[in-house]
Each structure stands twice: as C-alpha cells, then as structure tokens.
Design a protein around this ligand. Sequence first.
Ligand code: TPP
Length: 632
Amino acid sequence: MSNKLYPLLQTINDPADLRRLPRTQLHALADELRAYVLSSVSKTGGHLSSNLGTVELTVALHYVFNTPNDRVVWDVGHQTYPHKILTGRRERMDSLRLLGGLSGFPQRFESEYDAFGTAHSSTSISAALGMALAAKIKGEERHAIAVIGDGALTAGMAFEALNNAGVADCNLLVILNDNDMSISPPVGALNRYLAKLMSGQFYAAAKNAGKTVLKGAPPLFELAKRIEETAKGMVVPATLFEKFGFNYIGPIDGHDLDSLIPTLENIKHLKGPQFLHVVTKKGQGYKLAEADPVAYHGPGKFDPAIGLQKPTTPAKTTFTQVFGQWLCDMAAHDPRLVGITPAMREGSGMVEFEKRFPARYFDVGIAEQHAVTFAAGLACEGLKPVVAIYSTFLQRAYDQLIHDVAIQNLPVVFALDRAGLVGADGATHAGAYDIPFLRCIPNVSVACPADENECRQLLSTAFEQDHPVAVRYPRGAGAGVPVQAGLEALPFGKGEIKRAGKGVAILAFGTLLYPALEVADKLNATVVNMRWAKPLDTELLLKVAAEHEGLVTLEEGAIMGGAGSAVSEALHAAGVVKPLLQLGLQDEFIEHGDPIKLLALQGLDTAGIQAAVVKRFAALLESGRPALKVVA
Ligand SMILES: Cc1ncc(C[n+]2csc(CCOP(=O)(O)OP(=O)(O)O)c2C)c(N)n1
C-alpha cells in the first residue's frame, strides 16, 4: 500500500487505532478507505457497489462501538470489505477470494471482528438477537448490532427475527442500510413502504430535525431522550418497525459521518430493541458504479479509470445463458410457462425473459421459500412454473419443496444454476448438496446435463413432465458444444453409453463426462453419460455392471448420498456385487478459490480422476483378472 495515497489508512491496523483518531480526521479516513476499496476490487474482482456504500457506516460503527467486544453482524456480508480493511486485513486484500486468501464474506475463523459467518442473506437479526440475549444471560455488557440491507430485509427470516426481537428484553440494534437496491432494483410492498418513509417532506423534515438535535451538545442522556422523542414525533403514524416493538430512529444520511456518529453514540445509551434507518447510495463515490450499481455489484478485474469493458474475444456461452434462451423460447411456444426468481434476475439469466414476457415474470424478492410455494400455487391452477434458483439457495426452501411441491406432485421445473463448485464465493455458495437432498424426495426427478446442448434438451424434457423435476447445471461455460435451436426433449430417465471400453466403466453424472472421456481414452475404459441422478437408468446400469469388472461414479456434488450412492443402492437392490469407486466432493466444506484449482484439489480434474481409477483398480490387475490397460 502506498503511504502517499493512504497516509491515514496505513496507520489503522485495528479499530482501536481508529478510535484514537480525532473526529475531524474521519472524513479524510473515509475518503482513503473508499479509494482503497475501489483500487483493491479493481485488481481482484469482487463486490464493489455495496462496499462503496458502506464506507462511512463502517467507520462510524467501529469508531463508536467497542469492537470486537461489541458484536457487529453484517447481513450477507458482501459489503464487509471496508470492515476487513479496518480490522487488520488491509494488506491481504490482494488475496481476496483467492485460494488460501481472504474470504469475500465474514468468517468467524478469519477474524475475531467477524462476529458471525454470513453469505446467504437475512440471518443477521436472528444471530445478533442470539448474541444480545446471550450477553444478558451471561451478565456481560456488550452491544449486538445487525446491519441489514433493504434487499435482505425482504426475506421471511428477517421478519421472523424482528417479530421475536421486538418483544425481547435486550439491547439489540438493527441498522437498515437502505440503498433502494437489491442486486437489481428491489421489489415488493416493503420496498414501496421504505420509499414512502423517505419520500418528500417527511424525509426532509426528519433530516433537518435530526441535524438540529444532533448539533446541540446537551448531556448525553438528555440528548438521547430528545432524539428518541423527536424520532417518535416525526413519524406519524408509527412506522412498521415501531409496531414490531422497536424504537425507530431515522432515516439518516449514511454517508454523513456528522449524522452517523452522534446518532450511534446516543443510541448506545438507549435500552431495548432499536432500529436505525440509514440511507446510503450503492456505488457511492465512484461515478460509474453510482450510475450502474447492477453492473458493478460483482465485477471482475477492471481499470477504475476506464470502468468495465466489453471482452474483446467473444465469451463462451454459459449454462445460465443457455437457460435464459431456453426460457424465452419455451415461453414463446407454451403460454402456460411462468418464470420465477428470488431476486436473482441477472445471475439466473432472466433479464431478456422479463423484457419479453413481463406478465409471466416474477421476481419475488430474496424469498426462496415463498418462491417455491408460490410456484406450487401457480402449478395447482394449470400453469407451468419454472423456478430459477441457485442450488445453494434452494437449501432455504427444502420444506416447501417437499411439503408444497413434491407431496402434491406438482409439475414445477427447478432450474438449478451454480450446481457444483462456484469458486470465488466459497463454501456458502457451493452447490454441493442438491443431488443428495433432492433424490431422497419421492416424485422429484434430478437431471444432470453433461453440456450446454443437453442442458437445453433436459430443460425441455423436464418441462414435459407432470411432476417436479430439477435440472442442475454448473456456473460458467461447459464443453462449448453448439446448442441446437429446437425444443426437443430427450427420453426421460435414460442414459447413454458414450465410449465402449473394457474392464472399468465410468458412470458420469453431469459435466464431468468430458474429463471422464479423456481419462477413458487413456485407460480404454467405458464411459456412460448417466444424465439422470433420479430416476436412475437401472436397466443401463445393470447391463454395464454385467459387462465390466469395476465401476466408477463421477459427479460434481457431495459423494455422500449423491448419484454414486444411488448407483450403489441400485446394485445392492439387484443383488449385484461389483467393486465401485465413488468420485465427487469429499465430506468437507470447500473454501473459495479458482474453480479449476478447487476441482483439481478434489481430484476431479482429468489427472485426478485417472489417478484415482488406476489406484482403485490396481487390485484388479494384480489379481489376474482381465487387465486394465493403461494406454499412457
Ligand atoms: C438467501 C440468499 N438469496 C440470494 C442471495 C444473493 N444475493 C446476494 S446480495 C443480494 C442483494 C442484497 O441486497 P441488500 O440486502 O439490499 O444489500 P445491498 O447489496 O443493496 O447493499 C442477493 C439477492 C443471497 N446472498 N442469499
């Protein structure tokens, strides 16, 4: 870090250093911090707009509260880069989201300042409430603070926590970081309500009244009382949050340290659940991000002087794009199709669908549980819902999947993006568990396309069924095969032999088919594209088992309970005893890093698969059974 560019920031090695600064220097510090966030993210890629928006709030929180003894829980945690920089991790920002480097989210084992691990949204109020009540039970003096965005506040879980916290006898502070954005523009009635709270005269009056009160310097408790009364008086009728039992304060300007710091200092002395409404701007201070916070939500590397550029070489088609195109084509073909996203329009490839079919597009907010039950309701009435959802976020809606969709056997298609390792976002976002957690549910089928074209075909196959079907596909691009324009389906539940070899058969589920084929060329093994984790193509499996000495299953998902387990169960059920090697993700959480490296570390690249097959089936060679020919 350059001492010239960051003279103040380079002196802050932890928040205690920050707290030693005079108030007058905090503006300059915030400016340096913002510049450092921009410079770091431009070199590593990562979340940008949200972090530029939380610079002053982060400075103010660490200045006013005694962290880490006071607990700050950041919702989602994608906005914690300023927090990481001020809490001893400044010099490691160049390792952000890289293998062995800093996580892009808070992690308890990364720093004592990361009070709670997050990445999935809307958990902060529950966790901070737990901490506040634990402090009370243990007789410890500390503050617990949840910082939650207006997007994250749309989730049911946040409201469950508000409902509980509003009547809890403890000192909890919830800070709503309201930037009027989720990843894309926010949706729903809550958003309208917040907009109303901040609109017109009310906001202006509140801001001015707040400033008047804050500029005086009466004794703290007197001031606190006045803020409380003023805040209450300003809000007629009582805000939603007051009705929940909170003391509502705000809205205040979240980029104005002269409002933030005195307000937080005074809230510190108020008893009971407090709710501070802070207004910020996503991308604050970097014009390009302010103008397009969606594009700068999670950019790759870029030159801050120029901004994001279109890639010079055409990017490979991603599975997400294949899905987006299929969705539009199928919607044009079948008027019953409706598309649902829980706040992931861009990530799930639904921008075009929304444009072309606005009446059949539903962004339900960060509300995965609701998304699934809402789809069930639509399906009950004869529509054909397609829920586009990341594998990891479907975890949120497990009961809805079983209770509302599967038991009623409703024809809902789940387009499961980010199935498998996701790379830089790490363990919280890895789609490692969907095969195990889906295949044990009656009525639910699970398709695992091997490439882009098969993804389109299996989406069509899923759409034809009269029961729930999940189609799981990974992040990014696949083998790069051309995608046919038609909407033809593949046979339901059927796999296909891709290469006939001898001795060992590799049964591939999903995109690992391609490395399997490379390995098989070297070992002269058979390769089967199984395509469906459920129903399993048992007929094909038993035929292949009868013709080979050893079997290998391959999947980019948890081994435990996964597609390999399904094969094992089917063999046992048929009374077939065969040596079986199950390759997939080990029983451990896989951290962030380059997905290609991560896959290699799991032994799921070509070299790893080959080594595992040779190692496991060496015994076959030694025992004089038909030899496994290693071609080299
Ligand atoms: C359960 C869950 N669903 C979806 C996401 C993906 N996601 C990450 S950030 C984000 C938007 C959050 O908006 P907000 O809370 O307003 O924070 P901001 O980025 O605007 O500061 C979403 C939808 C997630 N992290 N967790």
